[in-house]
Write a protein that binds this ligand. Structure first.
Ligand SMILES: *Cc1c(COP(=O)(O)O)cnc(C)c1O
Length: 389
Protein backbone atom coordinates (compact mmCIF):
# COMPACT_ATOMS: atom_id res chain seq x y z
CA UNK A 1 0.00 0.00 0.00
CA UNK A 2 1.37 3.38 -0.95
CA UNK A 3 2.06 5.37 2.17
CA UNK A 4 1.25 9.01 1.95
CA UNK A 5 3.83 11.59 2.83
CA UNK A 6 4.19 12.03 6.61
CA UNK A 7 2.82 15.56 6.61
CA UNK A 8 0.09 15.24 3.96
CA UNK A 9 -2.66 15.03 6.56
CA UNK A 10 -1.56 18.38 7.97
CA UNK A 11 -1.49 19.94 4.51
CA UNK A 12 -5.02 18.76 3.78
CA UNK A 13 -6.37 20.18 7.04
CA UNK A 14 -4.53 23.46 6.49
CA UNK A 15 -6.01 23.73 3.00
CA UNK A 16 -9.47 23.18 4.47
CA UNK A 17 -8.92 25.91 7.04
CA UNK A 18 -7.73 28.21 4.30
CA UNK A 19 -10.80 27.49 2.16
CA UNK A 20 -13.07 28.32 5.12
CA UNK A 21 -11.23 31.60 5.73
CA UNK A 22 -9.98 30.27 9.07
CA UNK A 23 -6.28 29.78 8.38
CA UNK A 24 -4.08 31.67 10.83
CA UNK A 25 -0.80 33.22 9.78
CA UNK A 26 1.74 35.14 11.80
CA UNK A 27 1.60 38.74 10.60
CA UNK A 28 4.86 40.52 9.84
CA UNK A 29 4.59 43.68 11.95
CA UNK A 30 6.77 46.62 12.81
CA UNK A 31 5.88 48.62 15.91
CA UNK A 32 6.10 52.32 16.48
CA UNK A 33 4.32 53.17 19.72
CA UNK A 34 0.57 53.12 19.16
CA UNK A 35 1.11 52.31 15.49
CA UNK A 36 1.95 49.17 13.60
CA UNK A 37 3.18 48.87 10.05
CA UNK A 38 2.14 45.86 7.99
CA UNK A 39 2.47 45.48 4.21
CA UNK A 40 3.85 49.01 4.06
CA UNK A 41 0.75 50.47 5.73
CA UNK A 42 0.94 52.37 9.03
CA UNK A 43 -2.11 51.85 11.23
CA UNK A 44 -3.37 52.70 14.70
CA UNK A 45 -3.16 49.49 16.71
CA UNK A 46 -6.69 48.62 17.85
CA UNK A 47 -5.92 44.94 18.30
CA UNK A 48 -3.51 44.94 21.22
CA UNK A 49 -4.42 44.76 24.90
CA UNK A 50 -2.33 47.81 25.76
CA UNK A 51 -5.53 49.53 26.91
CA UNK A 52 -3.88 52.34 28.84
CA UNK A 53 -0.95 52.83 26.49
CA UNK A 54 1.55 51.79 29.17
CA UNK A 55 3.46 49.27 27.07
CA UNK A 56 4.25 52.00 24.55
CA UNK A 57 4.83 54.88 26.98
CA UNK A 58 8.39 56.10 26.37
CA UNK A 59 8.42 58.37 29.44
CA UNK A 60 7.69 55.48 31.76
CA UNK A 61 10.41 53.46 30.11
CA UNK A 62 12.94 56.28 30.46
CA UNK A 63 12.09 56.73 34.11
CA UNK A 64 12.49 53.03 34.74
CA UNK A 65 15.73 52.81 32.81
CA UNK A 66 17.06 55.89 34.60
CA UNK A 67 16.86 54.03 37.91
CA UNK A 68 18.10 50.73 36.64
CA UNK A 69 21.60 49.71 37.72
CA UNK A 70 23.61 46.78 36.33
CA UNK A 71 22.95 45.01 39.67
CA UNK A 72 19.20 45.44 39.26
CA UNK A 73 19.23 44.38 35.62
CA UNK A 74 18.94 40.64 36.16
CA UNK A 75 17.65 39.17 32.90
CA UNK A 76 17.02 35.63 34.11
CA UNK A 77 15.98 33.81 37.26
CA UNK A 78 17.88 30.75 36.03
CA UNK A 79 15.69 28.41 38.05
CA UNK A 80 12.22 27.56 39.27
CA UNK A 81 11.04 29.58 42.27
CA UNK A 82 11.09 26.54 44.53
CA UNK A 83 14.79 26.01 43.78
CA UNK A 84 16.85 29.20 43.45
CA UNK A 85 14.56 31.41 41.35
CA UNK A 86 12.85 33.21 44.23
CA UNK A 87 14.09 36.70 45.02
CA UNK A 88 13.06 39.68 47.22
CA UNK A 89 11.35 41.47 44.33
CA UNK A 90 8.86 38.59 43.95
CA UNK A 91 7.96 38.91 47.61
CA UNK A 92 7.73 42.68 47.36
CA UNK A 93 5.39 42.44 44.38
CA UNK A 94 3.19 39.84 46.08
CA UNK A 95 3.06 41.81 49.32
CA UNK A 96 2.02 44.90 47.35
CA UNK A 97 -0.75 43.00 45.54
CA UNK A 98 -2.07 41.48 48.78
CA UNK A 99 -2.00 44.91 50.43
CA UNK A 100 -3.83 46.61 47.54
CA UNK A 101 -6.56 43.98 47.46
CA UNK A 102 -6.82 43.83 51.23
CA UNK A 103 -6.26 40.07 51.19
CA UNK A 104 -3.94 37.74 53.05
CA UNK A 105 -1.80 36.65 50.15
CA UNK A 106 -0.94 36.81 46.48
CA UNK A 107 1.02 34.52 44.20
CA UNK A 108 2.68 35.62 40.96
CA UNK A 109 2.82 33.18 38.05
CA UNK A 110 4.59 33.44 34.70
CA UNK A 111 1.48 34.25 32.70
CA UNK A 112 -2.28 33.99 32.71
CA UNK A 113 -2.18 30.84 30.66
CA UNK A 114 -0.10 29.15 33.35
CA UNK A 115 -2.39 30.45 36.08
CA UNK A 116 -5.58 29.19 34.45
CA UNK A 117 -4.22 25.84 33.31
CA UNK A 118 -2.46 25.28 36.64
CA UNK A 119 -4.77 26.48 39.39
CA UNK A 120 -7.97 24.70 38.35
CA UNK A 121 -6.43 21.20 38.22
CA UNK A 122 -4.66 21.94 41.52
CA UNK A 123 -7.76 22.90 43.49
CA UNK A 124 -10.39 20.69 41.88
CA UNK A 125 -10.08 16.95 42.49
CA UNK A 126 -12.36 14.06 41.55
CA UNK A 127 -14.79 15.07 44.33
CA UNK A 128 -15.14 18.56 42.87
CA UNK A 129 -17.60 19.86 40.34
CA UNK A 130 -16.61 22.89 38.27
CA UNK A 131 -19.32 25.12 36.84
CA UNK A 132 -17.86 27.39 34.17
CA UNK A 133 -19.42 30.09 32.05
CA UNK A 134 -19.94 28.95 28.45
CA UNK A 135 -17.70 31.70 27.11
CA UNK A 136 -14.62 31.47 29.33
CA UNK A 137 -11.19 31.88 27.75
CA UNK A 138 -9.34 28.96 26.12
CA UNK A 139 -6.81 28.89 28.97
CA UNK A 140 -9.60 28.19 31.47
CA UNK A 141 -11.04 25.50 29.22
CA UNK A 142 -7.61 23.88 29.07
CA UNK A 143 -7.52 24.09 32.86
CA UNK A 144 -10.83 22.22 32.99
CA UNK A 145 -9.54 19.55 30.62
CA UNK A 146 -6.25 19.02 32.42
CA UNK A 147 -7.86 18.29 35.76
CA UNK A 148 -9.71 15.31 37.18
CA UNK A 149 -12.80 17.27 38.27
CA UNK A 150 -16.07 16.89 36.43
CA UNK A 151 -17.18 20.11 34.81
CA UNK A 152 -20.32 21.59 33.35
CA UNK A 153 -20.81 24.84 31.46
CA UNK A 154 -23.64 27.22 32.27
CA UNK A 155 -25.14 29.52 29.65
CA UNK A 156 -23.22 32.75 29.32
CA UNK A 157 -23.93 35.02 32.30
CA UNK A 158 -27.15 33.12 32.97
CA UNK A 159 -27.42 33.15 36.76
CA UNK A 160 -30.69 31.20 36.72
CA UNK A 161 -29.06 28.38 34.79
CA UNK A 162 -26.08 28.43 37.16
CA UNK A 163 -28.35 28.35 40.19
CA UNK A 164 -30.27 25.37 38.79
CA UNK A 165 -26.98 23.53 38.41
CA UNK A 166 -25.86 24.47 41.91
CA UNK A 167 -29.19 23.37 43.32
CA UNK A 168 -29.08 20.05 41.53
CA UNK A 169 -25.43 19.08 41.81
CA UNK A 170 -23.75 20.99 44.65
CA UNK A 171 -25.25 18.81 47.44
CA UNK A 172 -23.82 15.68 45.78
CA UNK A 173 -20.23 16.98 45.68
CA UNK A 174 -17.63 17.79 48.32
CA UNK A 175 -17.09 21.14 46.70
CA UNK A 176 -18.07 23.19 43.69
CA UNK A 177 -15.99 25.83 41.92
CA UNK A 178 -17.66 28.55 39.85
CA UNK A 179 -15.39 29.87 37.08
CA UNK A 180 -15.91 33.11 35.17
CA UNK A 181 -14.15 36.04 33.58
CA UNK A 182 -15.07 39.51 34.78
CA UNK A 183 -14.89 41.26 31.37
CA UNK A 184 -15.22 38.60 28.69
CA UNK A 185 -12.35 38.67 26.24
CA UNK A 186 -14.28 38.20 23.00
CA UNK A 187 -17.63 39.82 23.84
CA UNK A 188 -16.59 42.68 26.08
CA UNK A 189 -19.54 42.16 28.40
CA UNK A 190 -19.31 41.61 32.16
CA UNK A 191 -20.14 38.94 34.69
CA UNK A 192 -22.49 39.96 37.52
CA UNK A 193 -19.90 39.44 40.26
CA UNK A 194 -22.19 40.45 43.12
CA UNK A 195 -24.76 37.86 42.11
CA UNK A 196 -22.04 35.24 41.77
CA UNK A 197 -20.84 36.03 45.28
CA UNK A 198 -24.41 35.74 46.58
CA UNK A 199 -24.86 32.36 44.92
CA UNK A 200 -21.54 31.14 46.27
CA UNK A 201 -22.64 32.11 49.78
CA UNK A 202 -26.02 30.44 49.39
CA UNK A 203 -24.42 27.10 48.52
CA UNK A 204 -21.85 26.15 51.17
CA UNK A 205 -18.76 24.44 49.83
CA UNK A 206 -18.70 26.65 46.74
CA UNK A 207 -15.57 28.55 45.71
CA UNK A 208 -15.41 31.37 43.17
CA UNK A 209 -12.67 31.81 40.55
CA UNK A 210 -12.65 35.11 38.61
CA UNK A 211 -10.30 35.92 35.71
CA UNK A 212 -9.80 39.70 35.54
CA UNK A 213 -7.32 39.65 32.64
CA UNK A 214 -9.16 42.38 30.73
CA UNK A 215 -10.28 44.41 33.74
CA UNK A 216 -7.07 44.65 35.76
CA UNK A 217 -5.68 48.16 35.35
CA UNK A 218 -8.84 49.35 33.63
CA UNK A 219 -11.68 49.07 36.16
CA UNK A 220 -12.11 50.14 39.76
CA UNK A 221 -10.91 53.24 41.56
CA UNK A 222 -7.32 52.00 41.71
CA UNK A 223 -7.54 49.82 38.62
CA UNK A 224 -7.79 46.59 40.57
CA UNK A 225 -10.59 45.34 38.35
CA UNK A 226 -14.33 44.71 38.28
CA UNK A 227 -14.20 43.11 41.74
CA UNK A 228 -12.94 46.39 43.16
CA UNK A 229 -15.58 48.29 41.20
CA UNK A 230 -18.32 46.02 42.56
CA UNK A 231 -16.90 45.86 46.08
CA UNK A 232 -16.38 42.09 46.19
CA UNK A 233 -12.59 41.58 46.30
CA UNK A 234 -12.89 39.95 49.74
CA UNK A 235 -15.41 37.35 48.55
CA UNK A 236 -13.54 35.86 45.61
CA UNK A 237 -11.51 32.77 46.48
CA UNK A 238 -9.23 33.00 43.43
CA UNK A 239 -9.03 36.50 42.00
CA UNK A 240 -6.73 36.19 39.02
CA UNK A 241 -5.30 38.99 36.89
CA UNK A 242 -2.56 39.41 34.30
CA UNK A 243 0.23 41.92 33.77
CA UNK A 244 0.46 41.41 30.00
CA UNK A 245 -2.56 43.51 29.12
CA UNK A 246 -3.33 46.94 30.61
CA UNK A 247 -0.30 46.75 32.92
CA UNK A 248 2.10 46.69 29.97
CA UNK A 249 4.30 43.92 31.35
CA UNK A 250 4.22 40.13 31.55
CA UNK A 251 3.07 37.66 34.19
CA UNK A 252 -0.05 36.95 36.19
CA UNK A 253 -1.20 36.83 39.78
CA UNK A 254 -3.84 35.36 42.00
CA UNK A 255 -4.91 36.97 45.28
CA UNK A 256 -6.27 34.52 47.80
CA UNK A 257 -6.01 33.32 51.39
CA UNK A 258 -2.69 32.26 52.93
CA UNK A 259 -3.78 28.61 52.93
CA UNK A 260 -4.74 28.69 49.27
CA UNK A 261 -1.40 30.27 48.38
CA UNK A 262 0.51 27.58 50.20
CA UNK A 263 -1.58 24.92 48.47
CA UNK A 264 -0.89 26.47 45.07
CA UNK A 265 2.86 26.62 45.72
CA UNK A 266 2.74 22.88 46.40
CA UNK A 267 0.36 21.83 43.65
CA UNK A 268 0.32 24.11 40.60
CA UNK A 269 2.47 22.35 38.01
CA UNK A 270 3.00 25.38 35.72
CA UNK A 271 4.28 27.17 38.83
CA UNK A 272 6.56 24.41 40.07
CA UNK A 273 8.05 23.17 36.80
CA UNK A 274 9.03 26.38 35.05
CA UNK A 275 11.77 28.97 35.31
CA UNK A 276 10.73 31.96 37.41
CA UNK A 277 10.16 35.32 35.73
CA UNK A 278 13.27 37.47 35.19
CA UNK A 279 13.84 39.86 38.13
CA UNK A 280 14.11 42.81 35.72
CA UNK A 281 10.61 42.02 34.51
CA UNK A 282 9.28 41.82 38.07
CA UNK A 283 10.91 45.18 38.82
CA UNK A 284 9.13 46.71 35.82
CA UNK A 285 5.81 45.19 36.90
CA UNK A 286 6.18 46.59 40.40
CA UNK A 287 7.23 49.97 38.99
CA UNK A 288 4.08 50.01 36.82
CA UNK A 289 1.80 48.70 39.57
CA UNK A 290 2.75 51.54 41.91
CA UNK A 291 1.80 54.06 39.21
CA UNK A 292 -1.18 52.17 37.83
CA UNK A 293 -3.21 52.66 41.01
CA UNK A 294 -3.08 56.41 40.42
CA UNK A 295 -3.85 56.41 36.70
CA UNK A 296 -7.53 57.24 37.00
CA UNK A 297 -7.17 59.85 34.22
CA UNK A 298 -6.25 57.18 31.73
CA UNK A 299 -9.05 54.93 33.02
CA UNK A 300 -11.57 57.78 32.65
CA UNK A 301 -10.36 58.52 29.14
CA UNK A 302 -10.76 54.89 28.09
CA UNK A 303 -14.26 54.80 29.57
CA UNK A 304 -15.19 58.00 27.68
CA UNK A 305 -13.95 56.64 24.36
CA UNK A 306 -15.81 53.39 24.95
CA UNK A 307 -19.05 55.23 25.71
CA UNK A 308 -18.66 57.26 22.53
CA UNK A 309 -18.34 54.16 20.36
CA UNK A 310 -21.17 52.30 22.12
CA UNK A 311 -23.41 55.32 21.64
CA UNK A 312 -22.66 55.41 17.90
CA UNK A 313 -23.46 51.69 17.52
CA UNK A 314 -26.66 52.20 19.46
CA UNK A 315 -27.68 55.06 17.16
CA UNK A 316 -27.23 52.87 14.08
CA UNK A 317 -29.15 50.03 15.68
CA UNK A 318 -26.14 47.69 15.59
CA UNK A 319 -26.43 44.88 18.16
CA UNK A 320 -23.91 45.65 20.89
CA UNK A 321 -23.71 43.54 24.01
CA UNK A 322 -20.40 44.93 25.20
CA UNK A 323 -20.20 47.30 28.14
CA UNK A 324 -16.47 47.83 28.01
CA UNK A 325 -13.45 48.92 25.98
CA UNK A 326 -13.58 45.60 24.08
CA UNK A 327 -16.08 46.12 21.29
CA UNK A 328 -16.93 43.20 19.01
CA UNK A 329 -18.84 43.74 15.77
CA UNK A 330 -20.27 40.37 14.84
CA UNK A 331 -20.27 39.87 11.07
CA UNK A 332 -21.02 36.12 10.81
CA UNK A 333 -19.09 34.46 8.00
CA UNK A 334 -15.32 34.41 8.28
CA UNK A 335 -14.60 35.49 4.70
CA UNK A 336 -16.78 38.59 4.97
CA UNK A 337 -15.26 39.43 8.34
CA UNK A 338 -11.79 39.29 6.82
CA UNK A 339 -12.84 41.68 4.03
CA UNK A 340 -14.27 44.16 6.52
CA UNK A 341 -11.15 44.03 8.65
CA UNK A 342 -9.07 44.74 5.54
CA UNK A 343 -11.27 47.73 4.69
CA UNK A 344 -10.64 49.22 8.14
CA UNK A 345 -6.94 48.54 7.78
CA UNK A 346 -6.89 50.44 4.49
CA UNK A 347 -8.27 53.41 6.44
CA UNK A 348 -5.48 53.20 8.99
CA UNK A 349 -7.03 51.12 11.79
CA UNK A 350 -5.37 47.85 12.61
CA UNK A 351 -8.44 45.78 13.41
CA UNK A 352 -8.36 42.00 13.11
CA UNK A 353 -11.01 39.42 12.35
CA UNK A 354 -11.67 36.93 15.16
CA UNK A 355 -12.75 33.59 13.79
CA UNK A 356 -13.54 30.05 14.94
CA UNK A 357 -12.27 28.28 16.96
CA UNK A 358 -11.65 31.40 19.08
CA UNK A 359 -15.36 32.24 18.78
CA UNK A 360 -18.33 29.97 17.97
CA UNK A 361 -18.96 29.02 14.32
CA UNK A 362 -20.97 31.66 12.44
CA UNK A 363 -20.07 34.47 14.85
CA UNK A 364 -16.85 35.72 13.27
CA UNK A 365 -16.32 39.27 14.28
CA UNK A 366 -14.21 42.38 14.18
CA UNK A 367 -12.84 42.96 17.62
CA UNK A 368 -11.93 46.52 18.54
CA UNK A 369 -9.69 47.02 21.56
CA UNK A 370 -9.92 50.66 22.43
CA UNK A 371 -6.95 52.45 23.96
CA UNK A 372 -6.85 55.45 26.27
CA UNK A 373 -4.26 57.20 24.08
CA UNK A 374 -6.59 57.50 21.05
CA UNK A 375 -7.23 61.08 20.03
CA UNK A 376 -10.74 62.49 19.54
CA UNK A 377 -10.04 62.80 15.80
CA UNK A 378 -9.05 59.16 15.60
CA UNK A 379 -12.26 58.14 17.35
CA UNK A 380 -14.40 60.28 15.05
CA UNK A 381 -12.67 58.88 11.99
CA UNK A 382 -13.06 55.30 13.28
CA UNK A 383 -16.77 55.83 13.85
CA UNK A 384 -17.17 57.25 10.33
CA UNK A 385 -15.39 54.31 8.71
CA UNK A 386 -17.34 51.77 10.77
CA UNK A 387 -20.52 53.42 9.58
CA UNK A 388 -19.39 53.12 5.96
CA UNK A 389 -18.41 49.43 6.23
C1 LIG B 1 -4.99 36.91 27.78
C2 LIG B 1 -5.83 36.09 28.67
C3 LIG B 1 -5.26 35.10 29.48
C4 LIG B 1 -3.84 34.68 29.34
O1 LIG B 1 -2.98 35.57 29.93
P1 LIG B 1 -1.45 35.62 29.47
O2 LIG B 1 -0.75 36.33 30.56
O3 LIG B 1 -1.44 36.32 28.17
O4 LIG B 1 -1.00 34.19 29.33
C5 LIG B 1 -6.08 34.47 30.39
N1 LIG B 1 -7.39 34.77 30.50
C6 LIG B 1 -7.97 35.69 29.71
C7 LIG B 1 -9.42 35.99 29.88
C8 LIG B 1 -7.21 36.37 28.77
O5 LIG B 1 -7.78 37.25 27.95
Amino acid sequence: MAKENDYDYMRRELDKLDAAGNLRRLPHLEHDGRFVTADGRRMLNLSSNDYLGLATDKELRSEFLGRLTPEAFVPSSSSSRLLTGNCPIYEELEAELARLYGREAALVLNCGYHANTGILPAVADADTLILADKLVHASLIDGLKLGTARYLRYRHNDMKHLERMLHEYAPTRKRTVIVTESIFSMDGDEAPLRQLVELKKRYPGTLLYVDEAHAFGVRGRRGLGCAEEQGVTADIDFLMGTFGKAAGSEGAFVVCSRTVREWLVNRVRPFIFTTALPPVNLAWTLFILRRLVKMDKRRKRLAELSTRLHRALHEWGVPDLSSSHIVPLVVGESAETVLKAEALQRHGFYVLPVRPPTVPEGTSRLRLSLRADMTDEEMESLIQHLKDL
